[in-house]
Design a protein around this ligand. Structure first.
Ligand code: 5AD
Ligand code: SF4
Length: 501
């Protein structure tokens, strides 16, 4: 298959409300429903089986779609971006908030119309919604032929065979071991410069609001050798930045192939050590990671970040709430003081570190005082960026069983709008402070607004825009910041640091 990739982005109806828009921001809005396209060569075209895949939700789901693409291509399937050409249509779905599920159901309705014209076409639902709803999906959405949970993608070929024979195929078994370590993902990313590497799956935290432990199962870490090998391979192919992905990367623990589930077994590699191993692949390969849990991020990790220039100075450290009482109900297992201590440690050990957060407004029982605590925490942490949501009750979660979703919708929206306004102000003030500074930027692509400008990010994960001149993606340049708004820094190149190509 040719390495060239082209992407089509589905346009969804414009959100009227700012808050709805913000609520979807966590999952890179521009990528929701994105379809993977790889240019096909002649032998691919001769193959008569084509699949089409769209991804929703978090980066983990996008990364899983790359694994699914790899499994199907080994089965002789070729990828198409034209849904009308597809024999198999797959949606990799998200359950984190009700809204995410509604989007998928809406999409399934439009696919139904296509299926009416193409009766042989098979439709499969993958990911978190598949896991949450299991075979109920087949009763609710009659057009769905297969339902596959996040740990069962290896069984796709058999399920497809069943479905082709007229049987509905369901596999939603969660695994204690599956990490897909041996599967080389088909890269979905557009630029050939930045890529994601999944280092662990599942989550053992029981945040009371969260559906993830139920949809993605128990936490398990991937063999570090396969992670480092993937990073090496990406570097050799011209990639210059990898992001290590997991629901809670700080609790990465490798205990050896036989000891995956043995609680007592010795930890052979922790996250700080893994980070170091990946950083050593090449000083010219930038390393990022996401997501960190405040209860687990250690000073060791912070010192490792400080020690290696190529580990980016940026930490996504979701606070969720600034109130200790609310954090207790959320079962986050840390309180306000603990979180502040972690922020202080970051500022002490990595003085110029970018910090971002996830914040939920209107969780069960949230008082106005608790909401004020969240606002004051934002002032304290001086977040560069936050993903902000109002609470959406998810069936089966601890919170749904234990607490009443009792904050009225208007109050949730009001509180969220205050959080958003505060974040906009913090982002703007933080960015304005960067004017006059020079940052090393890895060039990723042409800027969205103009072909004459290039776009990349600095170590702190801030987007920098500057005139193109003769520079190109993959190069590292020093950019002097001349102006800023809440979302981007603008400037000019004052030197080529390294031509990494
Ligand atoms: N309602 C609103 N936001 C949620 N998140 C997770 N579950 C919910 C929910 N039920 C948010 C958290 C998490 C991010 C990925 O999504 O802030 O960190
Ligand atoms: Fe990702 Fe969670 Fe959504 Fe699943 S439910 S796709 S893990 S954000």
């Amino acid at each position: 298959m040719s390495p060239h990739r082209i992407f089509r982005i589905f346009a969804f109806p414009k959100m009227n409300e700012l808050l709805d828009y913000i609520n979807k921001k966590q999952h890179d809005e521009s990528r929701q429903g994105e379809a993977l396209h790889i240019e096909l060569n002649e032998s691919d075209l001769k193959n008569n089986k084509h699949f089409y895949i769209e991804s929703y939700g978090c980066q983990m789901n996008f990364s899983d779609s790359e694994i699914v693409a790899s499994i199907l291509s080994k089965q002789g399937f070729s990828l198409t971006t034209n849904i009308f050409d597809a024999d198999l249509v797959l949606l990799n779905t998200c359950s984190i908030r009700e809204k995410a599920e509604q989007t998928v159901r809406q999409r399934l309705r439009s696919i139904n119309e296509i299926k009416d014209q193409k009766p042989g076409m098979l439709v499969g639902v993958l990911g978190c919604m598949a896991e949450r709803l299991k075979s109920k999906f087949l009763e609710e959405e009659k057009l769905v032929d297969i339902v596959v949970g996040p740990d069962a993608y290896r069984s796709l070929p058999e399920l497809l065979e069943d479905a082709e024979g007229g049987q509905k195929g369901v596999n939603v078994l969660l695994s204690r071991e599956e990490t897909y370590a041996d599967i080389s993902p088909v890269r979905l990313d557009k630029n050939g410069i930045t890529a994601f590497i999944s280092i662990m799956r599942g989550c053992d935290n029981m945040c009371s609001f969260c559906v993830v432990p139920f949809t993605r199962g128990r936490e398990r870490s991937r063999n570090p050798e396969s992670i480092v090998a993937e990073a090496r391979d990406l570097f050799a192919k011209g990639y210059r930045e990898v992001t290590l992905l997991g629901q809670n990367v700080d609790s990465y623990k490798w205990k050896g192939e036989e000891n995956h589930t043995n609680k007592e077994a010795e930890v052979l590699m922790n996250f700080a050590e893994l980070l170091e191993a990946v950083a050593k692949v090449n000083p010219l390969l930038r390393v990022r990671f996401s997501t960190s849990h405040p209860k687990d991020i250690t000073n060791d990790v912070l010192h490792t970040i400080a020690k290696y220039d190529n580990i980016c100075n940026y930490i996504h450290l979701p606070v969720q709430s600034g109130s200790s009482a609310c954090l207790e109900r959320m079962n986050r297992t840390y309180d306000r003081d603990w979180y502040m201590d972690r922020v202080n440690a970051i500022r002490r050990i990595i003085p110029d570190c970018g910090i971002s957060s996830d914040i939920i407004a209107g969780f069960c029982g949230e008082t106005d005082e608790e909401h004020q605590d969240t606002l004051s925490m934002m002032d304290f942490a001086q977040y560069d960026y936050s993903y902000m949501f109002f609470y959406s009750e998810r069936p089966g979660t601890l919170a749904a069983r234990k607490y009443k979703d009792d904050v009225p919708e208007e109050v949730k929206r009001q509180r969220l709008s205050e959080i958003v306004a505060k974040q906009y102000d913090l982002s703007l003030q933080n960015n304005l402070k960067d004017i006059g500074k020079t940052f090393t930027v890895l060039i990723e692509k042409a800027s969205k607004k103009s072909e004459e400008e290039l776009s990349g990010r600095n170590s702190q994960n801030k987007v920098c825009i500057f005139p193109k001149e003769n520079f190109k993606p993959g190069q590292y340049v020093n950019v002097l910041v001349e102006s800023a708004n809440k979302a981007t820094l603008k400037g000019k190149v004052v030197g080529l640091v390294h031509d990494y190509n």
